[in-house]
Design a protein around this ligand. Structure first.
Ligand code: C2E
Ligand code: MG
Ligand code: MG
Length: 267
């Protein structure tokens, strides 16, 4: 798999899909998360199949390949967002997943600064999503990297929040802008009171610390209703749109009438 993944990079078999993020109050599309896809060619009649990042990211991390892959992702995602901005006047934030290994194995800050400068994208429109695992490595190095990234203007989100080692003290120490409630809590919020309480608590924590809170894995009207009632800021999930290629994303944005209620019709 590692050999195939190396080949895939060279043969440009990696792609980015984009999934919209919406503001729950205004209904506006305010962001897009870039999600890696690997179209692995094979002998089937389709000519290949998509391999999920859940399968190949761990291998990329173990082998160090995550560094060149992560750099490719950042360059590609920023280039696409800049094109959307310049050609279509679309002013949305691009969210990029960054693995903890990219902090320990490369100078993520210099690379980000250089890339943003070369592409000419507004750094405030770039958000890096890190998981709580980033706080378990060299903590001093992580603090410096996050502070440097923030100083450039890049926004920072904690992905899958609530599933890792949550030391609440780092929320004050680190320049975080946004908490991303893990999708498992949203999925079970309606039938498991404990998960509902966790989701509610994360939203309250975000409000108390002046952070934005986004929920991922929002699949149904009921999920949305729960999040509206709890005062969550932003949403992302299959209810609105699955991750799709860049051109389809543009089409989605163009066709969207700006009213979040329009998704009710699909229920
Ligand atoms: P993540 O960053 O937490 O991304 C959210 C995942 O949830 C995505 O899976 C997305 O397709 C899926 N999702 C979105 N809405 C819904 C929903 O309503 N219901 C359900 N059931 N799922 C939903 P995906 O694309 O398979 O990515 C899995 C993980 O792989 C990501 O989790 C992220 O940790 C990692 N990943 C993806 N792209 C990259 C990348 O470029 N770099 C790094 N380091 N990791 C990446
Ligand atoms: Mg993410
Ligand atoms: Mg997540």
């Amino acid at each position: 798999m590692l050999r195939d993944l190396r080949d895939a990079m060279e043969k440009e078999e990696l792609q980015l899909f984009y999934q919209p993020q919406l503001d729950l109050q205004t209904g506006k599309i305010i962001g897009a998360e870039a999600l890696l896809r690997w179209w692995k060619k094979d002998a089937s009649k389709e000519g290949g199949a998509f391999i999920s990042p859940g399968e190949f990211i761990p291998i990329a991390e173990q082998s160090g390949l995550i560094v060149p892959i992560g750099e490719w992702v950042m360059r590609k995602a920023c280039t696409t967002a800049k094109k959307w901005h310049d050609l279509y006047g679309m002013d949305i934030r691009i969210a990029i997943n960054v693995s903890a290994h990219q902090f320990s194995q490369s100078d993520i800050c210099s690379f980000t600064q250089k890339t943003i400068g070369e592409i000419g994208i507004n750094p405030h429109k770039v958000e890096l999503e890190v998981t709580e695992s980033v706080f378990m490595d060299d903590i001093q190095h992580t603090i410096e990297s996050l502070q440097n990234l923030h100083a450039i203007g890049v926004e920072l989100a904690i992905d899958d929040f609530g599933t890792g080692y949550s030391s609440l003290s780092y929320l004050r120490q680190f320049p975080i802008d946004r908490l991303k409630i893990d999708q498992s809590f949203i999925r079970n919020a309606l039938n498991d009171p404990d998960d509902a309480s966790i989701a509610r608590t994360i939203i309250a924590l975000g409000r108390a610390l002046n952070l934005f809170v986004i929920a991922e894995g929002v699949e149904t009207k009921e999920h949305e209703r729960f999040l509206v009632a709890e005062g969550c800021d932003e949403v992302q999930g299959f209810r609105y749109c699955r991750p799709i290629p860049a051109d389809d994303f543009m089409e989605f944005v163009t066709n969207y009438d700006g009213d979040i209620k329009s998704f009710d019709k699909q229920d």
